[in-house]
Design a protein around this ligand. Structure first.
Ligand SMILES: O=C(O)[C@H](O)COP(=O)(O)O
Length: 211
């Protein structure tokens, strides 16, 4: 019997608020980010899910989000595995730069390509393909077997580490992934078939404001 995979992007971080490229840097959540994570958790509580295990990255904004979601579903002490394989895409030399300053320097189109394309890495950093090359093997070895065994699994991670997973799960093309933005704190509930493809996907919240 196959289980359930819930993906949630961390709530707004301090550097999201300041509009800085973050990548592997490690800012905490803002007050709004805390509220977003709690709202995502509340939606999951209303959905009625009880998790068997949680996974998160090595970065504090995802870990805090994970804990706030678990608190909201009444599972504060659930086993949680942290791994840097789930970290945000490494933004390389862009890390710490203001996104508008980067647009002024390199142009809107180039910055959009660095942020959203599949295979163009920002200078010194990872493309989405590079990110997927570490996220996907970890998913296959550590996460997927639990889902296929019937467990309910929470993954609290990052915009681009999750985009790399969603790209494969939703069978998106390179063109489609360019347009995919994930909202902060909005859970995506996947039911998987025994062959590990997607049986159903529900989004518990509003993805339309994501950018
Ligand atoms: O690392 C970052 O700056 C953000 O978490 C995601 O950034 P992006 O929306 O520019 O990909």
């Amino acid at each position: 019997m196959s289980g359930t995979l819930v993906l949630v992007r961390h709530g707004q971080s301090d550097w999201n608020l300041k509009n800085l490229f973050t990548g592997w840097r490690d800012p905490d959540l803002t007050e709004l980010g805390i509220e977003e994570a709690m709202a995502g958790g509340k939606a999951l509580a209303e959905y009625g899910i009880k998790f068997d295990i949680a996974f998160t990255s090595a970065l504090v904004r995802a870990q805090r989000t994970c804990q706030l979601v678990l608190d909201a579903v009444g599972q504060s002490s659930l086993e949680t595995i942290r791994d840097q394989a789930l970290n945000e895409r490494d933004y390389g030399d862009l890390s710490g730069l203001n996104k508008d300053d980067a647009r002024a320097k390199w142009g809107e189109e180039q910055v959009h390509i660095w942020r959203r394309s599949y295979d163009v890495p920002p200078p010194g950093g990872e493309s989405l393909r590079d990110t997927g090359a570490r996220v996907w093997p970890y998913y296959l070895t550590d996460i997927l077997p639990r889902v296929l065994a019937g467990e309910k699994v929470l993954v609290a991670a990052h915009g681009n580490s999750l985009r790399s997973l969603v790209m494969v799960l939703d069978r998106l093309t390179k063109e489609q992934i360019l347009k995919l933005n994930l909202a902060t704190g909005v859970p995506m509930v996947y039911k998987l078939k025994a062959d590990s493809t997607v049986a159903s996907k529900e989004v518990l919240g509003d993805m339309s404001g994501a950018h």
